[in-house]
Design a protein. Structure first.
Length: 160
């Protein structure tokens, strides 16, 4: 009888847990006409991938010409296919000699959209740039004019 009591207690706990989970899954979050959740004066928007770059002194013309050619063609093709929403290039004052001075930004609708479309995006970029060997060679050539500091994936927040 003691074993049955333990089994009954476990079953009861499981039933309560399932009931709580199914009830919480049915709760709908109230949003206003502008998509703001009740009690919040902000909402999440698109996802931005930001790449921080240091263009070496005297190499700005060469690098910005590359961006306005190959990089822009890639971004426009991705935008045309609906993979990205927009893109930007920002020039910044470097805080010190080992700081970035250019930020490349690409906006996606969401992180999910970015991840789900990565294979298609890769195909589009390859059609513009070419083979893996050409891509590697172009990367090595750009290393002569710039240094990549890294990147960030960020979510835009819209304030009411």
């Amino acid at each position: 009888m003691r074993i049955n009591a333990k089994v009954m207690k476990s079953l009861l706990t499981a039933v309560i847990l399932v009931t709580c989970l199914s009830t919480s899954a049915q709760i709908q979050v109230k949003k206003d006409a502008d998509g703001f959740m009740e009690g919040r004066n902000y909402k999440g928007a698109g996802v931005w991938v930001m790449l921080f770059v240091r263009v070496h002194p005297g190499q700005e013309n060469l690098y910005f010409n590359y961006l306005s050619d190959v990089w822009k063609r890639q971004q426009e093709a991705l935008k045309k296919e609906g993979i990205i929403l927009s893109y930007k290039v920002l020039q910044a004052n470097a805080g010190h000699k080992e700081d970035y001075n250019v930020v490349l930004m690409t906006e996606y609708a969401s992180r999910t959209a970015m991840d789900e479309n990565s294979a298609t995006a890769d195909t589009i970029v390859r059609n513009i740039v070419g083979t893996d060997e050409k891509m590697a060679e172009a990367f090595r050539d750009r290393e002569k004019v710039r240094k990549i500091f890294g990147g960030k994936i960020t979510r835009e927040i819209i304030l009411r």
